[in-house]
Write a protein of this length. Structure first.
Length: 391
């Protein structure tokens, strides 16, 4: 807790525009940035849902031409970023629109780095080197409600050679403008809504309890938890519920604000490294499958905060001991995951014999250091075994 009172720095550089039909402000946002030709970075799913056409229609009506890179893959690779950067350069683009989920927005951030720095994105791994210049002008337009990447200062890229996800970031990576329009979220199928929503909750819970938390991010994180608890079931159950879609968009966005200044913790260390070993595994469901166990294991690291999380999740903690309140908070996450159809870790293809290797990888992830409870390999093995039903 001593770290909480040390001199800290909090900044949120990205301008947010949010609400129903916020996408209509896209031409105005380009004008604000003084740019002429964007590269839209997106994925085949967004194209198939008709959302790319929606965005290009808004641009064309305002007289803007654009280029498109629509080959983003989940857990984007160094090579994915490089291919998108080549399209950016070949078409004489001067700005970027990251349209989609975290993978598309992170790829767009990577292009922004490569457009303004020497070398490729791998040369700017956060643990080895800080960015030197502001990235190319970037507008983020999320079509999911989970990663908060539209406002975070981080991009997560996969290095296939190392089977490793690495971070690139810092304030210079901040998107210039984020446009959050819940109308773009109504086409998300229930399983994506569920996985991305659990990711938003995880960001908020980890940032609220990590060693680097501070009052500004605590406030954003708690609001994100409350929105998630209130709206995630509704958004999964009725994709056309625009109130629930907006509530979840704000849950993800607020959690992204918390994540922008803080680190995360053990679950992101675990799931990020797991994604490096199993690129086909989507991050959101992995987080949803492990978050309950995280809370069950971690509460003793900061009982007061885990008790407050239980309250934010709707648990009546009156008259309960810290232990009982915190474990009921963990149960609330288990119940939520079950209600919205989050698959188990076993269903996602993780087996017991992989635990030692995966636990060692998680321990070496940089986000491990911020976790509320001190972690060692045995701790990560406990999390995996708990999630797989071995204990």
């Amino acid at each position: 807790m001593d770290n909480y009172y040390k001199t800290r720095e909090h900044q949120c550089i990205t301008k947010s525009k949010h609400g129903v039909d916020a996408l209509q402000s896209l031409p105005e946002s380009l004008a604000e940035l003084g740019v002429k030709k964007p590269l839209i970075v997106t994925d085949p799913g967004v194209v198939g849902a008709g959302l790319l056409d929606h965005v290009t229609g808004v641009l064309e009506q305002a007289g803007y031409s654009c280029a498109v890179f629509d080959q983003v893959v989940p857990n984007p690779y160094v090579e994915t970023v490089g291919s998108a950067t080549q399209v950016y350069k070949d078409n004489g683009c001067d700005c970027l629109i990251g349209l989609g989920g975290g993978s598309s927005m992170d790829t767009a951030k990577g292009v922004g780095v490569e457009a303004t720095h020497e070398g490729n994105i791998l040369d700017w791994e956060a643990e080895k080197r800080d960015l030197e210049r502001r990235i190319a002008p970037l507008i983020t337009v999320p079509t999911t409600a989970g990663t908060g990447s539209e406002i975070t200062v981080w991009a997560v890229i996969t290095d296939a050679a190392r089977k490793f996800k690495f971070n690139v970031g810092g304030p210079l990576l901040s998107p210039h403008i984020a446009i959050v329009d819940p109308r773009l979220h109504v086409s998300m199928p229930p399983y994506i809504t569920a996985g991305t929503g659990m990711d938003a909750l995880c960001h908020a819970i980890e940032c609220y309890t990590c060693h680097w938390s501070q009052p500004q991010t605590d406030a954003a994180a708690l609001a994100a938890i409350e929105y998630g608890a209130q709206y995630l079931r509704r958004a999964v159950g009725n994709g056309q519920d625009i109130e629930a879609r907006y509530g979840m968009a704000m849950s993800a966005h607020l959690a992204g604000i918390a994540y922008g200044s803080d680190s995360a913790g053990a679950i992101h260390a675990l799931t990020q490294t797991l994604g490096g070993y199993k690129p086909e595994l989507h991050h959101g469901p992995a987080v949803g499958a492990t978050l309950g166990a995280f809370m069950e294991y971690n509460w003793i690291g900061n009982p007061q905060k885990f008790r407050r999380i239980a309250e934010a999740l709707g648990v009546d903690v009156g008259g309960l001991s810290d232990r009982d309140a915190c474990l009921l908070g963990a149960q609330a996450i288990y119940d939520l995951a079950e209600d919205i159809g989050i698959p188990s870790l076993a269903d996602l293809g993780v087996s017991e014999d992989e635990i030692p290797q995966l636990a060692e990888a998680a321990l070496n992830d940089p986000q491990n250091c911020g976790n509320a409870r001190d972690m060692d390999k045995q701790g990560y093995e406990w999390l995996y075994k708990r999630c797989l039903g071995c204990i």
